[in-house]
Ligand binder design. Structure first.
Ligand code: CA
Length: 294
């Protein structure tokens, strides 16, 4: 077997919970949920800027008008980081003050899907929502524990989804016209033990899934057709949260990580925890889909 590639640290940002990387406008954007920040990192100049969202920011996806669709603690909405102005769109869990938005993504038709989780990691307390261009918000799934990775296939027939609480990557039939999901099935189930649990995810041009492993010090490539792990990239810290393809030709895999949940002793051993890493797995990904405003 080949030697497992090791991702290199490109930004020692020490995020408490680095998440939601997206390549947009020639730079890598990501959030630090616990520090309430959206970052923009230019890996060519090494410039790194950030904006404060004022509360936990679980996800930020670029919108077609230059703003960002964000999932926060108490609502989802359109945010202009420069002015700080937030247009609240919906607050589907106003009755659950211990919940917050977590991971999300736009589908190839520009609808925004984002899920929630309980700050206390209460089982089945979260949900997956969808916000359309007209601002309507609907519940797509209930009984979710930690809503995480989302990815659509190139044929626009399938959406892959991770609820970390299930330890699975699942697939749904996805209707491009209506955005509806149905026929849930499992494409890969991670064993219990110390190898980590699936967190954020992205898809490459060959239809394989790159899945970040929280507690697993790596990213694995799952072939959903074979139901098997076909590659693994090692990352020199434990809590790997998400990944996306970026760079000029979308061949760089950017990987986020977290300091959260590591003991003082573990942090001592893992000085790169919370950093942003990069690997070159030899396959390209796709640009992120923007939130399409009506
Ligand atoms: Ca996550």
């Amino acid at each position: 077997m080949d030697v497992e590639p090791i991702a290199e640290l490109v930004l020692p940002v020490g995020a408490e919970c680095g998440e939601g990387p997206v390549w947009h406008d020639g730079a890598l954007w990501f959030v630090d949920i616990e520090r309430h920040r959206l970052y923009r990192f230019d890996p060519v100049s090494n410039a790194n800027e950030h904006w404060d969202a004022g509360q936990r920011i679980g996800v930020a996806v670029p919108a077609s008008d230059g703003r960002w669709m964000v999932g926060l603690e108490d609502c989802a909405g359109l945010w202009d980081p420069a002015s700080g102005e937030l247009e609240r769109i919906c607050a589907p869990e106003a009755d659950f003050p211990r919940n917050r938005f977590n991971d999300g993504k736009c589908d190839p038709r520009g609808r925004f899907y984002a899920g929630t989780m309980s700050l206390d990691l209460e089982e089945g307390r979260g949900a997956l929502y969808r916000i359309d261009a007209d601002g309507s918000c609907r519940t797509m799934l209930e009984q979710v524990t930690i809503s995480n990775g989302l990815a659509w296939n190139a044929a626009l027939e399938t959406v892959y989804y991770i609820d970390t609480g299930t330890r699975r990557v699942d697939a749904f039939r996805w209707d491009a016209e209506t955005g509806a999901i149905s026929e849930r099935r499992t494409v890969y189930e991670f064993e219990s033990g110390n190898a980590g649990v699936p967190d954020g995810m992205c898809i490459d041009v060959t239809g394989k899934l790159w899945v970040a492993l929280w507690g697993g010090s790596g990213v694995v490539c799952v072939d959903p057709a074979a139901g098997a792990i076909v590659h693994r990239i090692s990352v020199p810290t434990e809590h790997i949260t998400s990944c996306c393809f970026g760079g000029a030709s979308f061949e760089d895999l950017y990987i986020t990580s977290a300091r959260q949940g590591l003991s003082a002793e573990a942090l001592e051993r893992q000085p790169q925890a919370g950093g942003v890493f990069r690997a070159c797995p030899g396959v390209a990904g796709l640009p992120c889909d923007l939130f399409a405003l009506g």
